[in-house]
Ligand binder design. Structure first.
Ligand code: FUB
Length: 319
């Protein structure tokens, strides 16, 4: 085999590897759903007959009281109970313009491509939002634009350097895509059809009392829901609107403080007719906590008027 052929074979194997090499397949009852690693900032995507659960990876040693996050993880399930762990599809080193901090993220599909919006620390300082792209939900993902989509100098409503984190993305029924994100100020902007460029100005959202971070945008039966973390330690609250541009009406607390974790970071999906609230706590003993977090899932229920019932966090999880 000559060098060129060998290189081609190795490249094909690298591309196919994520689809065949499952490192773990578990049917585990109860919360947290993953116990062999610390997982945080869940963002679930329903695609065809499966749910793909993208998470951050808390790697801080027990002695460290701050985030240590270098890569993102992905799990898949056809029933929300049995989760397959796949090789990490994205490392922060994929973004040459970033120097670390693989923080919260969300993946969305458009026309057979998968766009992964991630928060990282920019080489020039301040948090920023990048985009990775792939042809399959399990990757391989690569930097889609070779630079940050959102930089700290592009947003001025909050003076802190970490206000450009926690991206959440939606494609509305008319095909218009929107990106939401923020910390202490909540921002949103339209995305072009290519999902790689902003399509207009960045707006700062009003009507989200005590907004801290972690916006998650979803739509159901003509209502837009913007859930987000409030205060610190964080609870999850939400606002509703009939228009994605607002005005937003505050609807109250959706989830209480998640035990011994300062953060809670929710993802909301409907899958096979049931609604789920996915979040993290610090429940793995003995070292779980704010910087060694674990993803949990509980059921979400709506009232007849479209508002959401308060989440009951359980150790039993879903059945
Ligand atoms: O994981 C790092 C940060 O903690 C996230 O960006 C926030 O949402 C909080 O969960």
């Amino acid at each position: 085999m000559n060098v060129l052929t060998l290189r081609t074979v190795l490249l094909i194997l690298a591309i196919l590897a994520p689809h065949f090499s499952y490192s773990q397949s578990t049917v585990k009852e109860g919360n947290p759903i993953i116990t062999d690693k610390f997982t945080a900032d869940p963002a679930a995507m329903v695609y065809k007959d499966s749910v793909y659960l993208y998470t951050g990876h808390d790697e801080a040693p027990d002695s460290k009281n701050y985030y240590e996050m270098k890569e993102w993880l992905v799990y898949s399930s056809a029933d929300m109970l049995s989760w397959k762990a796949h090789p990490s599809p994205l490392h922060v080193n994929a973004f040459q313009w970033a120097k670390g901090d693989a923080w919260a993220s969300q993946v969305i599909e458009r026309k057979g491509k998968f766009y992964w919006y991630v928060a990282v620390e920019h080489n020039n300082g301040g948090k920023a939002i990048g985009i990775a792209v792939a042809d399959h939900p399990l990757g391989p993902f690569k930097d889609a634009i070779g630079k940050a989509l959102i930089r700290n100098d592009m947003t001025t409503s909050s003076k802190i350097s970490w206000d450009d984190i926690d991206p959440s993305v939606i494609i509305d029924d008319d095909g218009q895509a929107y990106l939401f994100w923020g910390n202490t100020a909540c921002y949103y902007a339209k995305l072009k059809e290519n999902m790689l460029e902003l399509d207009g100005p960045i707006h700062t959202i009003q009507g989200l009392p005590k907004f801290t971070e972690a916006p998650w945008i979803h739509k159901r039966k003509g209502w837009y829901y913007l859930s987000y973390a409030v205060e610190f330690p964080e609870k999850i609250a939400y606002s509703m609107s009939k228009n994605i541009n607002g005005p937003w009406t505050y609807k109250g607390i959706l989830n209480e403080i998640a035990g011994n974790s300062n953060t809670n970071h929710q993802s909301i999906i409907q899958f096979k007719g049931k609604d789920y609230f996915i979040y993290h706590n610090g429940a793995i003993n003995p070292n779980g906590g704010s910087y060694r977090r674990s993803v949990c899932i509980d059921r979400l229920y709506y009232n007849k008027d479209g508002s959401m019932k308060k989440i009951i966090m359980t150790t039993e999880g879903i059945k």
